[in-house]
Design a protein around this ligand. Structure first.
Ligand code: HEM
Length: 399
């Protein structure tokens, strides 16, 4: 079957405010379609998203022999430091280059090492939240951001005096990841990528002289078959960990609390009624903080009878997959007793989120502390305006 050409409304603010009714229509009427403007084939159904994530016929990185994706290529070329920080990003590597780097990073980032951070994470959450109780505050700016940055700083071994820079770099660089990027945002991202690049470079030198009990020290020393990571590989990995680890966690806290309040779910003692682990998974499913990722097809394939040609760019819509009624019964309802918790919010296949265990720990600690109170929204939260990275600018709450 030929693909229908449909414009994906990724810049429409009404769609961004609540994309789920339109995504449901796509799933029911045109589950696979082509958008000429973004030159992407969109996949909206859970089974299709899952099968692409684990298929060897699709890759994250643009095949080297391909001209395509002019916009992304020129973005990387025109913005030198942004390009450098992307060169060894796990998200852009495939095959043995990906396996080798992922193996080394995973060794330096084991479940055991993350568990050692548990007391720090639980204390940090209390330390930031406790003084805010009794007044109205912005859950994103006053709690989620400083909390998540402190965890990433502790993980990577960055001194507290640089946390503000860290936050700015992360916020600036992720501007480059949306479907369309203005020149102004690209320049802001480039400047922060440059500062981050040189800062991490000097931090690695410091850690080599004076090792610490942190991820950058471990990345600088980790070996497999006598192989070590190069400095550029460590820089790219540190930057990826900060960007991948920070924004999605912050947005899950904002999306989650806002979802509970808007759905009239009493937050006080919610974790006594249901297991906090189930609450975290259901909130991640219900409003995924990362809505789409891109893949390239390596050969001609078919999805639901639609032809996907070799070298096509495919968008896999994680948030849409998570609302697929064929997989999640009454998917638009928040239900903490769901048996199927197998959402796609952490991805799947070779690129499955390497920080899922850390994210879950941060979210459980945050929600356990937040669920000591009944929360109210002080104003309607305002979305950031981006589709891919789904979150709020501000969530004014009071307990
Ligand atoms: C709620 C929080 C988080 C969500 C929803 C999330 C989601 C994801 C998703 C969907 C992917 C797969 C991307 C793809 O398929 O191309 C991914 C990859 C990744 N995530 Fe996370 N993530 C979260 C938190 C974290 C944290 C805390 C860290 C680390 C500190 C982290 C590190 C990574 C890394 C390194 C990858 C790349 C893995 C690879 O390409 O092999 N993430 N994440």
């Amino acid at each position: 079957m030929e693909l229908k050409n449909i414009e994906f409304p990724n810049a429409d603010l009404n769609f961004i405010d609540n994309p789920y009714p339109a995504l449901k229509d796509f799933r029911e009427e045109s589950p696979v379609f082509y958008d000429e403007k973004s030159d992407l084939i969109y996949l909206t159904k859970y089974e299709d998203v899952k099968s692409i994530q684990s298929s060897k016929k699709y890759v994250s990185a643009k095949p080297a022999n391909l001209e395509g994706d002019r916009e992304w290529d020129s973005r990387k070329k025109a913005y030198d430091y942004f390009g450098r920080t992307e060169e060894f990003s796990l998200l852009n590597l495939e095959g043995s280059a990906h396996n080798e780097l992922r193996g080394l990073v995973a060794k330096a980032f084991s479940i055991r090492q993350v568990e050692l951070l548990r007391p720090f994470i639980e204390n940090k959450s209390r330390e930031i939240l406790d003084p805010l109780i009794g007044s109205s505050f912005d859950l994103i700016h006053d709690y989620a951001q400083p909390f998540s940055i402190a965890i990433m700083g502790e993980l990577l071994g960055v001194p507290e005096s640089r946390y503000d820079d860290f936050l700015r770099w992360s916020n600036d660089i992720v501007r480059m990841y949306d479907l369309q990027v203005s020149e102004e945002n690209a320049e802001i991202a480039e400047k922060s990528a440059e500062e981050f690049y040189f800062y991490t470079d000097s931090l690695i030198d410091e850690k080599l002289k004076e090792p610490g009990d942190d991820m950058i020290t471990r990345l600088a020393n980790v070996t497999e078959n006598d192989q070590k990571l190069s400095k550029d590989q460590i820089i790219c990995t540190a930057i990826l960990l900060l960007n991948a680890g920070h924004e999605a966690t912050v947005n899950t806290i904002g999306n989650g609390i806002s979802a509970l309040i808007s759905n009239d779910i009493e937050t006080k003692s919610l974790n006594e009624e249901y297991d906090v682990k189930n609450i975290v998974e259901e909130l991640l499913r219900w409003d995924s903080p990362l809505q789409f990722f891109q893949r390239w097809s390596l050969e001609d394939t078919e999805v639901r009878g639609y032809k996907i040609p070799k070298n096509a760019k495919v968008a896999i819509l994680l948030g849409s997959a998570n609302r697929d009624d064929e997989i999640f019964k009454n998917a638009k309802e928040i239900n903490f007793q769901r048996e199927n918790l197998n959402h796609t919010s952490f991805g799947g296949g070779m690129h499955f989120c390497l920080g899922a265990h850390l994210a879950r720990l941060e979210l459980e600690a945050s929600f356990n502390n937040l669920f000591e109170y009944s929360w109210n929204l002080e104003a309607k939260p305002e979305r950031t305006g981006a589709f891919g990275i789904r979150g709020f600018k501000k969530v004014m709450v009071s307990a």
